[in-house]
Design a protein around this ligand. Structure first.
Ligand code: BES
Ligand code: MN
Length: 443
C-alpha cells in the first residue's frame, strides 16, 4: 500500500461522529492525528479548543506579496447507521473494486487529505509552496458548524486570505473536472406533537381523543401540494430565478440527466417541482424534506396503542436569496395554522446555514478552471450543488472572501449512507489537483 493510502486508512479509522457525544474523544483523537501529520510535513500547526470539537489550523511561513489561500475541510463524519447494511465495518477501511470503503471516505476525509498530501508532495518536490496557505479543519460541519463562525470572528486578522478552496462537493461524472459555484442553504427543525398523558389502549380510547401520529401525518401532508411544490405561504418569495445561461449550460453536463438521477437513486420514478430538470430542482430550487418521522409501536407484529406523542424531523434546503430565519418563521406559522385539533404542537428550530452563489468566471474561478483542466480531460463543468456547507456563506460575510468548490464526490459515493466509498483514482487525482491549483492561484 502507498504511504498516501496508509495515511488515509489511519485517518478513516477514527469514528469521528460529531453528532454523537459518546464519540467526543474520537474527534479529539482524530484532530490530534491531523496535528501530528501537518506538523510532520513542516507546517506550523495548532489545535484550537472550542465549546464543541477542536479546530485545527496549519500554515506555511508566509511571504509578503504572495497570494494567501485558505483551504477548508471537515474531519467529522455522519453516523454510520444503519450498521447492518454495511458490507464491511464503517471504521475499518478496505479496498474493493478500486475504491476505499469507509464512513468519511469521500465526505470529507478522502477529499480533505488529498489537499494535505498535495501540499506535502509539492513541499517534497520544490521545498516551498507557490502561495501562502492557511489550512483550517473543523469537526462540526455535519452538525452545522456552530463553533466555526465565532472562531472566524475572533480570528479575522489571522485568517486574512485572498481566496478559499474546498474539496467537499460533487464531481458530476468520473474523471470530469467539476467547479461548484453555489450551494443550497439549510434550515432544520423538529416538531413534537403530544396528546394524552400516556400511551392508551386504542380500543378503549380510540375515537375519544386525537391521535398524535395521525396529527403528525396531517401536518406533514399539509406542507406540499400534490404536484410537489411547497405549500408554505411565501416560501418562494425570495427565490432568485434560475438564469438562462445556467439552464443552457447544465443541459450539457454529463452524469446529471433525469435518467442518471433515476439510475443513481433507484426510485421507481422522478418527482418534484414541475418545469425543472432533476439537476435544476436540486441545485437551484428550494425544498422541504422530512428526515425522520415517528411515534407509536415500531416493533414486530401489531400493538393496539394510541401513542401519547409523535415527532417529525425536517430539513429545508434553501437557495439565494432565501434566509433561514425568515423561512423558519414561515414554517412555524404554517405548522401552527395547520395543526389539527386535540393535540399540542411544539416546534424546535435546529441549526441552519445560508445559501451561497458566486461567479465561476471570476479571476480565481478561472484559475480553478485551469487547474481542473490540467488534472482532468476536457473542459471543467460548472455547477451549483444541492448539498450545503453552512460555513461558506459565513466565510464571505465574515472574511469577505469567496470559496472555490473543487468536487471529487461521485454520485454513487454513498455519502451519509451505508457503504460510503471513494475511488483510489479520485484520491490520486485530488492530490494532483491540489498541486495544480496552488500553482494557478499564485498569479
Ligand atoms: N460535503 C457535504 C455537502 C455536499 C456533498 C455538497 C456533495 C455537495 C455535494 C457536507 O459534508 C454535508 O453533507 N453537509 C450537510 C450539512 C448539514 C448537516 C448542515 C448537508 O448538506 O446535509
Ligand atoms: Mn456530509
Amino acid at each position: 500500500m502507498t504511504s498516501e493510502l496508509q495515511d488515509l486508512f489511519a485517518f478513516l479509522s477514527f469514528p469521528s461522529v460529531s453528532t454523537d457525544s459518546k464519540h467526543k474523544a474520537d474527534l479529539l483523537g482524530c484532530a490530534a492525528w491531523l496535528v501530528e501529520k501537518l506538523s510532520r510535513i513542516g507546517l506550523d500547526t495548532d489545535l484550537h479548543e472550542t465549546p464543541g470539537h477542536p479546530i485545527v489550523i496549519a500554515r506555511n511561513a508566509h511571504v509578503p506579496g504572495k497570494k494567501t489561500v485558505l483551504i477548508y475541510g471537515h474531519y467529522d463524519v455522519q453516523p454510520p447507521d444503519p450498521l447492518n447494511l454495511w458490507d464491511s465495518p464503517p471504521f475499518t477501511p478496505v479496498i474493493r473494486d478500486g475504491k476505499i470503503w469507509a464512513r468519511g471516505a469521500t465526505d470529507n476525509k478522502g477529499q480533505m487529505l488529498a489537499h494535505i498530501l498535495g501540499i506535502e508532495k509539492t513541499l517534497r518536490e520544490k521545498a516551498e509552496l507557490p502561495v501562502n496557505i492557511i489550512l483550517m479543519f473543523e469537526g462540526e460541519e455535519e452538525i452545522g458548524s456552530p463553533c466555526l463562525a465565532p472562531f472566524l470572528m475572533a480570528n479575522r486578522n489571522d485568517l486574512k486570505c485572498d481566496i478559499i478552496a474546498i474539496s467537499d462537493t460533487g464531481m458530476v461524472a468520473p474523471n470530469t473536472g467539476t467547479l461548484g459555484y453555489g450551494l443550497r442553504g439549510i434550515a432544520c427543525a423538529e416538531i413534537k406533537i403530544s396528546g394524552p398523558a400516556r400511551d392508551l389502549h386504542s380500543g378503549l380510547f380510540g375515537g375519544a381523543v386525537a391521535n398524535p401520529a395521525t396529527a403528525a401525518a396531517q401536518l406533514v401532508a399539509s406542507l406540499h401540494h400534490p404536484d410537489g411544490t411547497v405549500a408554505i405561504k411565501g416560501f418562494y418569495d425570495e427565490v432568485r430565478p434560475l438564469e438562462k445561461w445556467e439552464h443552457d449550460m447544465w443541459a450539457q453536463v454529463p452524469g446529471v440527466t433525469d435518467q442518471d438521477f433515476l439510475d443513481v437513486t433507484g426510485s421507481p420514478s422522478l418527482f418534484g417541482e414541475p418545469g425543472y430538470t432533476s439537476a435544476e430542482r436540486t441545485w437551484a430550487r428550494p425544498t422541504v424534506e422530512v428526515n425522520g418521522i415517528g411515534g407509536g409501536y415500531q416493533g414486530e407484529g401489531s400493538k393496539t396503542v394510541l401513542p401519547a406523542e409523535a415527532f417529525v424531523k425536517f430539513s429545508l434546503r434553501l437557495v439565494p436569496d432565501q434566509d433561514p430565519g425568515v423561512i423558519l418563521q414561515k414554517l412555524t406559522k404554517h405548522l401552527e395554522a395547520h395543526c389539527p385539533a386535540g393535540v399540542r404542537l411544539e416546534i424546535m428550530p435546529g441549526h441552519s446555514g445560508k445559501p451561497y452563489v458566486s461567479d465561476p468566471h471570476s479571476h480565481f474561478g478561472k484559475a480553478a478552471q485551469r487547474a481542473l483542466g490540467r488534472t482532468f480531460p476536457g473542459e471543467p463543468m460548472l455547477i451549483r450543488e444541492g448539498g450545503s456547507i453552512p460555513i461558506v456563506q459565513a466565510f464571505r460575510e465574515i472574511l469577505g472572501v469567496d470559496s472555490l468548490l473543487l468536487g471529487l464526490a461521485l454520485a454513487d459515493a454513498q455519502i451519509h449512507s451505508p457503504n460510503e466509498n471513494f475511488p483510489i483514482a479520485n484520491f490520486e487525482a485530488g492530490i494532483r489537483l491540489n498541486q495544480a491549483l496552488l500553482e494557478e492561484l499564485a498569479h
